[in-house]
Design a protein around this ligand. Structure first.
Ligand SMILES: [Zn+2]
Length: 444
């Protein structure tokens, strides 16, 4: 009916595109699929099973059957059989630390000063497709300059373009001259407009900044609790926001139903952020015994971002990379400790969540992070859990994604062999289904 009606007017085209998708971009026509999975890891952390069937109705998983269910046994027309009997099947992956509108490059300063908001949105659409095709069906975009990220998130949600389901933080909260103040290090007379509405000093100012970001559409608040490596700020990697400011930020965000992610390197800043009640710590290069105690006491997860460390250190060690001397010094100071400390936190029982900081490293290579996680001593199963169950829990979406169970959204991927034996197989995801729609099918 809709299709016939739309023959009459080009205006109907947009209506038609919209009408064929629900808010997750899933087909709304009645569709049934039976997936035969050679091996199925339905709940990361639990044992995988051989010869399983996943029954999908529209965008939802109806049930998981033991053995191979005959599509004809379903009381429905046009049931599609998806044969993954030679594959290892697992839930869609989640990257909980991504910058999907950012162009990876050796010198961030160029991108920061040349890319318009519109250009970031278009690059973001390109990177979103690469990320989804790599098997990442959900992403937490934890900080982005400008407002393009909200448009990208909403366009994906409407099914207008392919991409991971996004939770988005907009501009970074940063002290004046801090890690998220992108005007730092530039000629002030020329680049003052780079100062954005996430810059705040003092508790009242920070409350207002949080509210402004939420008004624009931020799902998460990203706060630069300490200095950071890859910015021109020459103010170290110690604590930047005061305890009082951190508390004001967290309380304001929570009162408005938003979560807070704290970028933090030095132990003092990590610990202050944990005491203030943030919902995640990002990076954590210099965590100490007190940090580990606080992580365990609060249950706050550590979002390890090991691939970015490796990436930035390589640039720092290349004399011709164009990286400023100040950034090189910070990179050599912070990064080598990150691997050791994330390993230490893991062994002490801290919840580790998967994050890549893509936008520094290349988009679509998010699975490289798995290799680093295994390198620091995580089991393959725990590394997968970090990118599914743990990430979903942290993002407040564990009721819909992170596992393959009845009632959940049909986000399903497959690889040629078991990642529990060789984690690198996740760098070659051959099959991707998101919200019941196949977005990639076939050998990688
Ligand atoms: Zn980041």
């Amino acid at each position: 009916m809709q299709r016939f009606y739309c023959l009459l007017s080009t205006l109907c085209l947009s209506f038609s595109v919209f009408a064929q998708h629900n808010h997750n971009g899933a087909a709304t026509t009645d569709s049934w699929q039976v997936i035969h999975a050679g091996q199925l890891l339905s709940v990361p952390g639990e044992t995988p099973h051989n010869r399983q069937s996943i029954i999908v109705h529209n965008d939802r998983i109806v049930r998981v059957d033991d053995g191979y269910t005959d599509p004809a046994s379903l009381d429905a027309d046009n049931v599609e059989l998806i044969d993954l009997s030679q594959q290892f099947v697992l839930p869609g992956l989640i990257d909980a630390h991504d910058h999907i509108t950012a162009m990876p490059g050796r010198v961030k300063r160029i991108w920061d000063t040349t890319a318009s908001d519109s250009m970031r949105a278009l690059y973001g659409a390109h990177y979103a497709k690469l990320t989804l095709e790599a098997g990442f069906t959900s992403v937490r975009n934890i900080g982005s300059i400008g407002e393009s990220i909200y448009a990208l998130r909403d366009a994906i949600r409407l099914g207008l373009i392919p991409g991971p389901r996004l939770q988005a933080a907009g501009n970074y909260l940063s002290v004046t001259g801090g890690h998220g103040d992108r005007a730092t290090g530039f000629r002030w007379d020329l680049f003052e407009p780079l100062e954005h509405d996430g810059i705040c000093d003092g508790a009242d100012d920070c409350r207002k900044a949080v509210r402004k970001l939420i008004r624009k559409g931020s799902d998460w608040i990203k706060v630069m609790a300490t200095g950071g490596v890859n910015s021109e700020a020459q103010t170290g990697i110690g604590q930047h926001f005061t305890d009082e400011e951190l508390k004001a930020i967290v309380d304001t965000a929570h009162s408005l139903g938003r979560k807070v992610a704290a970028h933090a390197h030095a132990a003092g800043g990590v610990n202050a952020a944990l005491r203030a009640g943030v919902d995640s710590i990002e990076h954590g290069a210099f965590i100490d015994d007190e940090s580990i105690r606080l992580f365990r006491e609060t249950g706050t997860p550590l979002v390890a971002t090991l691939s970015v460390g490796d990436h930035v250190l390589q640039i720092a060690n290349d004399p011709d990379s164009g990286m400023s001397e100040g950034v090189r010094v910070k990179a050599r100071e912070a990064i080598p400790t990150m691997m050791d400390n994330v390993g230490r936190a893991y062994r002490a029982g801290v919840t580790i969540v998967f994050g890549t900081d893509s936008g520094e490293p290349e988009h679509g290579r998010n699975a490289d992070e798995f290799l680093f996680l295994v390198q620091i001593g995580m089991t393959e199963m725990d590394a997968i859990k970090a990118a599914t169950v743990n990430a979903a829990e942290m993002m407040g979406v564990a009721d819909s994604v992170g596992t393959i169970e009845a009632g959940k959204t049909a986000d399903i991927i497959a690889v040629n062999s078991s990642p529990l034996n060789d984690i690198s197989t996740l760098q070659h995801v051959g099959f991707v289904m998101q919200s019941g729609r196949i977005v990639k099918s076939g050998a990688h």
